[in-house]
Design a protein around this ligand. Sequence first.
Ligand code: SAM
Length: 274
Amino acid sequence: MDHREILRHYGIRAQKSLGQNFLVNDEILETIADSIDITGKDILEIGPGYGALTEKILTRKPKSLTLIELDKQMINILNSRIYEKDLVIPEETEFTIIEGDVLKQSPVMASYSVIANIPYYITSPILFRFLHELENKPDEMIILMQKEVGDKICEKKWYHHSYLSLALEFSCETIEEICLVEKGNFIPAPKIDSSVLYFKRKEGYDIAEAKRFLSITSAGFTSPRKKLLSNLANALHIPKDTLLASFKQIGLLETARAEELGIEKWNELIKLIP
Ligand code: SAM
């Protein structure tokens, strides 16, 4: 069945509260599935919906595919599609559906990749959870997100640095835009365009160092319009004079704002903060 037939056959009405916008362009779905090696790997798909992307993942024969979906109705549809052989699970693939909130799940696979076309409102929580908080983090992730957030993460030249872009740069060795997805490729069409980003996680960075990086940079961004010096002094309870001496040591102006510092400057500054 094609996408419109599936939507009609199962009487699917997208739930706005669950961020349901179904991607119905097969070429784009193939591009997403082609952007990482799937064959023989352990894959986690977040928010499969009725299985548009799931289908493309399955044809590439992963070693295992785990789906996490919050909406029981979608899980019933996935099971019906499997039963009706509209969605075919290859013999070599271990297949699991988990009903639940992805932000409350902790994957158990030793090494895995994440693929997700997720609701816009949980993009940042998912990125933080999978790239910073989880003990068992994925090797790589492909995430479809609001284009504006994708542009900020990739720090396209019209954006300054943000807490999110720095946090991701800290934990990833590669962050790449795979493709743009115009809003007309979804049913129902959202108000904004999307982009698909690829994240390759860095191996073996120090967890304590990551925590310190996140807590100091987030302190720096407390009030983005205020000076970095004031934000850090207030949040970290460090006298301004002490901080200013560190600023001078690394050539930072007293008037600098958090968004003006790239990751290298942050690392220099963090080394000097007690
Ligand atoms: N992947 C499908 C596609 O490409 O057409 C559906 C995408 S739709 C934007 C997002 C999906 O995520 C929906 O099926 C929705 O029910 C599910 N979802 C929303 N919040 C979730 C959560 N917290 N945990 C897991 N799934 C969630």
